[in-house]
Design a protein around this ligand. Sequence first.
Ligand code: MSP
Length: 568
Amino acid sequence: MNNKESFYLTTPIYYVNAAPHLGTAYSTVAADALARFMRITGKDTWFLTGLDEHGQKIAQTAEAEGKTPQAWVDEVAPQFKAAWEALDIHYDDFIRTTEPRHIRGVQKFFETLHDKGFIYKDVYEGYYCVSEETFFSDEQLAEFAEARAAEGLPSTQDDGSPLCPDCHRPLSFVQEENLFFKLSAFEQPLLDYYEANPDFIQPAIRRNEVISFVKSGLRDLSVSRASFDWGVPIPFAPGHVSYVWVDALINYITAVGYGSNDPADQEMFARRWPAQLHLIGKDIIRFHCVIWPAMLMAADLALPHKVFAHGFLLTKGEKMSKSKGNAMDPLALARTFSVDGYRYYFLSDVQFGSDGSVSLERMLQVYNADLANSWGNLCSRALNMMAKYLDATTPNLWEKTVKRLTQERGNPLAALVEGGLQSRYAAAFAREDYSAALAVVMELVDAANLYIEQSAPWKLAKAAAAEAEEARGRGEDPVEAEEKAKAPTQADHLAFVLYNVLESMRIAALLFAPVMPETSAEVWRRLGLDALFSVDDQAAACVWGGLPAGLATTVGTPLFMRLSEDDI
Ligand code: MSP
């Protein structure tokens, strides 16, 4: 029996019409960092990601490639897994919507909604965007046309047929008998739910957007397609497959055992569902905050606790996308800036929840300033001084010496840590504010670099050597001399300063670990801590003074090599 609190979080499942790109990597890296944070804080974390493999878009892509849809998705799926591995993503489960466990669950879900009277047959007549896999109503098209006209831009093709309000590609006209879900019946229950659960949709701007969308009236949703067969067959409607979005949303429950008769799966479902968090991009908020909760209400299942929508990564002011040719390849960037450098840049420099401009130039700047010059440099300076002055062994100071030095010289680093550093960091993580969480850690790194400058260990080392020389001249043992004088020696002061710097490094490594797991593990090794405890299982480790004495430290190569314009 696991008594730890469950934390189940998900990313969107990605379309396999193309290889992973910066946008999909963004959601996944963010979810991975949060999952690592939750694991470190002792939650029983379950992190799900996966692939959305059905639908017309995939079928068309496969056809254009001269392959069957199954052969195509089987070819692309490993590219996603390899990319996530390369970016140090540690998911607990990876679901593909073509797996039997998912298909079985989708079918059960449809049957449940059908049995409860929420599904009926009707003729759908209207526009559909294959690229967005979305239906558009006449009202939505009229609204788009009006907005475009105001900008003097066209909303139709030359022949008058409309363009997609989202991606501006031509729409297809669909006229077929479909199954419909009574979404309109959930207008008031959804509004009541948003009101009763103010944190359900984050950030607030998205919540307001969803509320006004629902208030403007919900129409029933076409949930099956009969004109092609690349989807989950609906058991009670031969010739129909599930609408790809409905199929995709259900992954969040089929991955944790919904639809299985196996008692172990049922137990998992009871433990994991409802999810704590669906992390998504802002473009898919209506699917997650309107359609999905309504589907769950209809099936009498609990609703997820929170949906957080991040913004878009923009290059030169435009959404980065493959079709616009302005996409940056995440794996190439990770090769240049290191995996941790990649993860750090996107999570620190783009305010999570807002759109953010990204560029190679800015990435270089942030990488050099924060990682090469501040964090990396702190580690190499401190470890070099340890080797030079303290025989590469963490010092063993008497408690009373530490007390006295703290009184006399002050300890700004301990004061910073004890003044609520970790709680500010944890609070930032809890609201998915990665930039703020990382800024808190950088405060400690900057303070430690400043502390080195101000306390000048090289001067203390000189003074300590002179002091020892003097004591020897008097024929005294310096330790006894200290005892006699009851005053800390220069050597104590040096050890005190370097201990404080190393202890700050230990805490910074720990707090950076969710975002930069590889470098944190490396700093851990260089501090000689890896034999004692893992950087990942340190619930209480931010308590100042946790670095034991007598550990062997190592210098190593620079954690982050400085890069120049020529390297990018
Ligand atoms: N298959 C659906 C999701 C189904 S979830 C039940 C889908 N897939 S997607 O591959 O097109 O996109 C997945 C995610 O990538 C979305 O959350 C989207 O916001 C994100 N991004 C795609 N391009 C992006 C940027 N340029 N910037 C940030 N994220 C963007 O939608």
